[in-house]
Design a protein around this ligand. Structure first.
Ligand code: TRP
Ligand code: ZN
Ligand code: CA
Length: 443
């Protein structure tokens, strides 16, 4: 749309000025990377994982424990029954599944590996969770929650008939509770060539804690930012996961030099007052008061945390799996929808969705800005990265010239490329007005 500027700087709006967020992602305004691999699918948004489905898997794991002496621990019938359930679901959905067995403590243990056919086998995105419980209880939060979350994300890949650029692999680990025995076995079983094909490993061990926190593994900056960006989009604060580096199945992957990430909703540590203020729940109590106890049952789950973290698994798979390794140089993402800038008022934003890329943004990210304004000195302009980090492009100044038609260069190498970037503009002086005509990011 265009506005007509009348004498005296009055701007007449010819159409709605502030658009609903969805309208800001006008497809015509997006340039797709031309160099995407031919087999790669157009980058549909990640699906919303139905939490009811995740809970149905948890109910099944609970009934398996109940029928097998109250647990799903290594060497017990409840563990093998859990493996059989998950494998059956994946086989029916078109995954290629394999059981990897090993012996520990005189008993056989199993890992279940499920590959989604297709994608570049030399760029593997892998997610995992441990399927065993402690002997004390059914292990529904630890780690039925992660097991069910990645299972439902895998089933969503199948429902979407996803054709990712990269190869997707899922792992359910045995004997984590005895010291990550299954995942260590798996990593050791890989040739160094196969290890180097795993680009990222994401771990989900406890994602439905009843008094939840939102912890993001801080091992790898880009993967950390991927999840931080997701939660900041939901308006949910996160903290780095510090409760126990090396306490779950990401550890053998990390030790083998594979970049790792993950989510965690908390175990036996106590929620502080500050954490309760931002996340709700009860301060002075453990995130999971049933950690490693008989009461870690179907009742020991916070549905909201389980829902959000399951959705975040799908978001990570879609973002990492469908992305090219780096955006081809010169890829442009643009928003040409006008946004009015209120005179001497609140900041407005215009969004650009960057999809189809993984890895970080470039050190010389070009930000092309086209703002029509009758006195540009009034304007303060920022670039906001997907995780909320802000880069000042322009401050207000004593500058009476009209319009901003400039390309700024930003060192955005600390930012993950994929996600929603925003141009934030505020008019901090009275009288003169204008609008964002268009803006674009050039990688
Ligand atoms: N299964 C883990 C354990 O029993 C749970 C856990 C504790 C955890 N702290 C963690 C998992 C930190 C991931 C990150 O020790
Ligand atoms: Zn666990
Ligand atoms: Ca003004």
């Amino acid at each position: 749309m265009r506005r007509t500027t009348l004498a005296g700087g009055t701007v007449v709006t010819l159409a709605a000025t502030l658009l609903a967020p969805a309208a800001l992602f006008a497809p015509a305004a997006q340039a797709r990377p031309a160099a995407a691999p031919p087999a790669a699918q157009a980058l549909a948004a990640a699906p919303d994982i139905p939490v009811a489905n995740v809970k149905a898997h948890l109910a099944k794991l609970q009934s398996i424990a109940t029928a097998n002496g109250g647990n799903r621990a290594h060497g017990k019938a409840g563990y093998k029954a859990s493996i059989d359930y998950v494998k059956g679901q994946l086989d029916a959905a078109g995954f290629t599944t394999a059981l990897q067995s090993y012996t520990y403590g005189g008993a056989t243990g199993w890992n279940l590996i499920a590959d989604w056919p297709g994608g570049d086998a030399s760029h593997v995105v892998m997610v995992g969770a441990h399927l065993d419980s402690v002997t004390a209880g059914p292990g529904i939060n630890d780690d039925g929650s992660g097991s069910a979350g990645i299972l439902e994300a895998a089933l969503a890949v199948s429902r979407a008939a996803l054709q990712p650029a990269k190869h997707l692999r899922f792992g359910w680990w045995g004997t984590e509770e005895a010291g990550m025995v299954g995942s260590k076995n798996y990593v050791n079983s890989l040739s160094s060539a196969d290890r180097s094909k795993i680009e990222s490993y994401l771990n989900f061990d406890m994602i439905g804690s009843p008094n939840p926190g939102y912890f993001v593994y801080d091992d790898d900056t880009a993967l950390d930012q991927l999840f931080q960006g997701y939660f900041s989009g939901l308006g949910v604060a996160t903290e780095p996961e510090t409760e126990g580096d090396g306490r779950s199945d990401h550890s053998p992957f990390k030790n083998a030099g594979i970049r790792v990430g993950g989510l965690f909703s908390g175990a036996d540590y106590i929620k502080t007052a500050a954490q309760a203020a931002k996340w709700g729940g009860t301060s002075g109590q453990a995130f999971d008061r049933c950690y490693h106890a008989s009461c870690d049952t179907s009742a020991n789950i916070n549905d909201t945390a389980l829902d959000r973290m399951s959705d975040a698994i799908a978001y990570a798979l879609w973002t990492l799996g469908t992305g090219t390794t780096t955006p081809p140089a010169g890829t442009v993402f643009e928003n040409t929808t006008d946004v009015a800038i209120p005179d001497n008022g609140a900041a407005v934003t215009s969004s650009v969705a960057v999809t189809g890329v993984s890895g970080n943004a470039p050190a010389a990210l070009k930000v092309g800005v086209d703002i029509k304004h009758t006195w540009r000195g009034d304007l303060v302009i920022d670039l906001v990265a997907p995780d909320g980090s802000t880069y000042r492009l322009k401050s207000s100044a004593n500058d009476s010239a009209p319009n901003v038609l400039t390309t700024y260069t930003v060192n955005a190498s600390a930012e993950l490329a994929a996600g929603t970037w925003k141009l934030k503009v505020q008019d901090v002086g009275p009288q003169d007005t204008g609008y964002i005509d268009s803006w674009k990011l050039t990688f």
